[in-house]
Ligand binder design. Sequence first.
Ligand code: ADP
Ligand code: MG
Length: 262
Amino acid sequence: MTAPGESAAGGTALSVRGLVKRFGAHEVLSGIDLDVPAGRVTCLIGPSGSGKSTLLRCMAFLEEAGAGTILVGGEPLGFAETPQGRRRLPPARIRAVRASIGMVFQQFNLWPHMTALGNVTEALRVVRRMGRAEAEAKGLAQLRKVGLEDRAGHYPAQLSGGQQQRVAIARSLALEPRIMLFDEPTSSLDPELTGEVLDVMRGLAADGMTMVVVSHEIGFAASVGEQVAFLDGGRILLHGSPRDVFGKPRHPRLERFLDTYL
Ligand code: ADP
Ligand code: MG
């Protein structure tokens, strides 16, 4: 048996301590503590506006928290606590740690003028400065992983929403992140297309990818999640295994949330 935050697959991939985020006077995250176990799926659920996206964005350093720390593989992300206080790290350190994080958004944001393969290889070519042949071999391997090798030459407009989101996942995987963050990856898809994206995510989980998933797909959270955290008003109100969190009797706030989304 492993408790939430521990993992048989090997330690903590990412840990959040005392994270506080404000937008002006509005405190959106009010002291978040969370350990993401390596090789496992952590699911974040909660009502709209509870701070789920902001928390994920802080984990990817797309937002800077006002207090608290995030460690990725033991390395501080963005800010480090020192005897002199909280200190912003140099850009090269920040880039190096951020490189281990991949993120997939609700909106796929593919380049419309590039093929599926072009979208997947773009960052390899531009950011990683990889040659065309090597980038394309890597890109095709990632498209194969999401079941779209045969669509490599298609443009986004020629692909369904589910296929576009799978290309976006392949694009993120091509950069070989150690942790994948998903922010409502199926929320802009027609219901009949969510399954193919969730199947790709299940496959990644089975391969041992460390994942943090914000989703209203409670069935996914219950079946794939090692742990579930329920956010409400910028705090983690409930945290534990899916059985702990979803089992009855349920917390009244969670019950009300599930009534809205199920
Ligand atoms: P969720 O993803 O759970 O719906 P968000 O993290 O998107 O919640 O938002 C949490 C709160 O922070 C909301 O009240 C939202 O309006 C506010 N917020 C999010 N991003 C910004 C921003 N860039 N500027 C100001 N307020 C923001
Ligand atoms: Mg959100």
